[in-house]
Design a protein around this ligand. Sequence first.
Ligand SMILES: Nc1ncnc2c1ncn2[C@@H]1O[C@H](COP(=O)(O)OP(=O)(O)OP(=O)(O)O)[C@@H](O)[C@H]1O
Ligand SMILES: [Mg+2]
Length: 262
Amino acid sequence: METIEQIAMTPDALEKTRDATAIAVDDIYKSFGSQRVLDGVSLTVTRGETLAVLGRSGTGKSVLLRLIIGLEKPDSGSVRILGQEIAGMGIDQLGEVRKKMGFLFQHAALYDSLTVEQNVAFPLQHHKKAMSKSEQGDRVRQLLAEVGMEGHLEKMPSDISGGMQKRVGLARALALEPDILLLDEPTAGLDPISGGEIDDLVLKLQAEHHMASIVVTHDLHSAKAIADRLALINDGRVVIEGSFEELQKSDIEFVREFLGHS
Ligand SMILES: Nc1ncnc2c1ncn2[C@@H]1O[C@H](COP(=O)(O)OP(=O)(O)OP(=O)(O)O)[C@@H](O)[C@H]1O
Ligand SMILES: [Mg+2]
């Protein structure tokens, strides 16, 4: 539906506002067997915006991200990425769309058997075949410098801390200069100081790269620090969506409980 502001716009200006929507999830349902995990979820994220998706364990946050990446298909509903519906896409077409998305998974942020350098080089080797080895090397060093990990090229993931692994995962997620960044629990398992450093890094990367970002977290403090908007999910539905202040003003029992306990 168009807003009053949009109705008053010239066709060109209106087209630009439409273009700004990078992720549009509309009324998606997803069950595994008899368990309904997502029960009519709708969300949009525009370029330059960070949405935090919050909720208790097992509410379908990671499933939602996997649907956006196209690793799962919804039972019904639509997932539009940069204007394209991905639900019915074949593997090749999906691969093209995925190149525009950087993601950091909740578990296994890195490939265990590859060094830090090889992990970050991986997407370049697969998708930037025209790049020479030395160009790839330069790009990897530049990406690792962006996340403050330039001094650890030869290390294995098991030899660096959890916070450092997340940093390297972020560098890898940015390798193909994505329009969309999807982070699943980037601060989980970290102490508050390391978690805060990751928050600062996410903010810096977002300011520099102007992506549409979704950060899944159950860390309210982190969500408040990095997100423009927050969406709280429970029982497969978005219970409330808005700024942190708007959530704080809510009378909804579940919202009050969630904010109170976090
Ligand atoms: N491939 C799958 N097959 C069957 N059930 C699944 C599958 N993926 C997820 N589920 C179920 O869907 C529910 C939601 O899982 P999901 O991983 O999205 O939760 P979450 O909100 O990310 O939780 P957490 O905060 O602990 O990471 C869980 O009950 C999970 O067991
Ligand atoms: Mg999860």
